[in-house]
Design a binder for this molecule. Sequence first.
Ligand code: ADP
Ligand code: MG
Length: 241
Amino acid sequence: MPEPLLEIADLTVSVDGKTILQNINLKVQKNEVVCLFGPNGAGKSTLLFAVLGYPKYHLDSGKIFFKSQEITHLSVDERVRKGIGIAFQHAPGLRGVKLIDLLKLSGNSEKEQEIKTLAKKFKMEAFLNRDVNFGFSGGEIKRSEVLQLAASSPEFMLLDEPDSGVDIENVELLGTEINEMLKGKSGLIITHVGYILNFIKAHRAVVLYEGKIVCEGDPYQILKDIKVKGYKGCLECPKCR
Ligand code: ADP
Ligand code: MG
């Protein structure tokens, strides 16, 4: 096995003194797309925030490596510059910041025409001169978030429920674009409902349950099993015990 692009080793994370994640071990290889399943409150978003290094998420133990280099003590900004990017589950609105200006600042190109072409793919041309995510509908916020990730096109993409609260047409648009974005890259995608997997080629999945990884395997098979037996079924699955 080559060195993983991202390695999470024995990570225990707490927020405000409460342990949320316990002894998480996860490797993501180059060109690999891993799905992260789990019920509400399992700690999925917490894991993504910990990978990005938000100070609120305290590491009680463990290390994170990116491209074989330990990044555990790096700032969010330093991690982003190393090639980790995120599309948030609950993206904040930025009053006074126009979407086009954010894309110029954080994206790989400042050229207006290139940004407009990319925005068009996400049906976001009409939103470029509006304040980021301000007054956007649920689907528009998701398109805006994934557009921002597409503009910076990091080597490793964290996607937190890009299909939640999104109608069928938007899931198709987002899924198709995310699948394109992930070509030659790696990602960790949280999906609660799994709709996005109809459009994305994912290689592996892990199930997070009450802060622990309880199952690992083929994402499409795990999703099928979850739909039949619920997340509790993962705990009883003979393959994982
Ligand atoms: P998921 O994304 O799997 O739905 P989260 O990672 O958002 O779950 O949350 C996991 C648990 O951690 C929840 O019980 C949530 O209430 C708690 N939690 C997350 N963030 C905070 C915070 N900032 N302060 C206190 N508790 C938090
Ligand atoms: Mg979440």
